[in-house]
Write a protein that binds this ligand. Structure first.
Ligand SMILES: NC(=O)c1ccc[n+]([C@@H]2O[C@H](COP(=O)([O-])OP(=O)(O)OC[C@H]3O[C@@H](n4cnc5c(N)ncnc54)[C@H](OP(=O)(O)O)[C@@H]3O)[C@@H](O)[C@H]2O)c1
Length: 333
């Protein structure tokens, strides 16, 4: 089958379009004919080798973390899916590879695709949707009436997280540039901070939760926005020892991550707030919950551009600009 492949880790290198064997279908797997995939900053980081220590892939590797498609075959122990089902997923991290014609995934990672979405729209959701769910619902335990600041509200993650936080009943503030203020408002943000004109840390205070997906200076300034006992949660680092432990990383890496997050944890303690890092995981059950929210009209996908499969490297270049409004999608079939 045709696939976009990483042969060796190299910053900003093009992916190779080549032939790979069709995936082996294990007992608990569904084999999916891929109709659409979407790109994430994680794809660029994996290609560049930034995740070598945490995710030791065997090369050559098929890249891609989000998929929508049709089940064509199921393993002998599969219970929830049958050939013909339209599904979507973020496959577990050791079995990625959605920039291809087919993928085999454990059924536990898969959910039925929202019936009101196209394949391209559905493929835009799993990774960012699950991240928002795991940050806002699991980690922050965000409640109706609480206040949350979501940075980069117009990005892939932010555009989903704003809508989920509003659905929970929170008051939502988001940062974005002038060009995207209207988009972010249309997603439901109550307070929009245009970072070209205002410094969010001078304007906002008394927040229960801040979700950081930007750089170190944004992370540190976010401390000022939180009320005592508030929660600073970052998805863009630095990782902490709890994450290393959960991920089964060895004692040395746990120590490295404790050191990487030492500064921000110390500052957080001084402010009387908590700091933690979230790295999303595949979860078909949570994704089914997201399907219900999308079908109920509580959340809509935000797709910036759709590229053809052949144009995947151009799509990767667009991803690298960091300016996407919502998600970048690849139409595979
Ligand atoms: N830990 C995890 O599990 C996890 C999961 C998902 C994502 N992430 C990470 O989270 C980060 C964001 O991911 P993403 O998919 O949302 O990326 P993305 O879609 O590429 O983000 C692009 C958006 O960022 C906005 N932006 C850039 N600089 C900004 C600033 N200073 N203030 C406010 N907005 C700004 C841009 O808006 P403007 O053009 O208006 O500036 C653009 O709309 C990445 O580092 C990604 O790797 C981590």
């Amino acid at each position: 089958m045709k696939a976009f492949i990483v042969d060796r880790y190299k910053s900003k290198s093009a992916l190779r379009l080549g032939d790979m064997p069709e995936p082996e279908v294990r007992d608990h797997d569904v084999l999916v004919a891929i109709h659409a995939a979407s790109l994430n900053q994680l794809d660029a980081k994996i290609r560049d080798g930034e995740f070598k220590l945490i995710l030791p892939y065997r090369l050559p590797l098929i890249l891609g973390n989000d998929v929508a498609g049709v089940v064509v075959r199921v393993g002998s122990k599969v219970q929830r899916f049958k050939p013909g089902d339209e599904v979507y997923a973020r496959p577990r991290q050791d079995r990625i590879g959605t920039l291809a014609e087919f993928i085999a995934m454990n059924e536990a990672d898969v959910a039925l695709k929202p019936t009101n979405l196209t394949m391209e729209e559905a493929a835009s959701i799993p990774l960012v949707g699950l991240t928002a769910w795991q940050v806002l619902i699991e980690r922050a335990q965000l409640k109706r009436g609480q206040k949350v600041l979501i940075h980069a509200g117009s990005g892939g993650f932010g555009s989903f997280a704003i809508q989920l936080a509003k659905h929970i009943g929170a008051t939502v503030a988001a940062t974005t540039s002038t060009a995207n203020v209207d988009l972010v408002k249309s997603l439901g943000a109550d307070v929009v901070i245009d970072y070209k004109k205002e410094d969010f840390s001078q304007v906002l205070n008394g927040y229960d939760v801040v979700v950081n997906s930007l750089d170190k200076s944004t992370l540190e300034k976010s401390l000022k926005v939180l009320k005592p006992s508030g929660k600073l949660i970052s998805i863009s680092g630095p990782p902490d020892a709890a994450f290393a432990k959960e991920s089964g990383l060895n004692g040395f890496l746990q120590q490295v991550m404790r050191l990487l997050s030492f500064g921000i944890r110390k500052q957080a303690r001084r402010h009387g707030v908590s700091y933690s890092f979230v790295f999303m995981r595949a979860n078909g059950e949570q994704l089914s919950g997201i399907t219900s929210l999308v079908e109920a009209g509580a959340i809509r996908p935000v797709v910036d551009r759709i590229f053809s499969f052949q144009a995947t490297n151009e799509a990767m270049e667009y991803l690298a600009t960091g300016r996407a409004k919502g998600k970048i999608v690849i139409k595979v079939r």
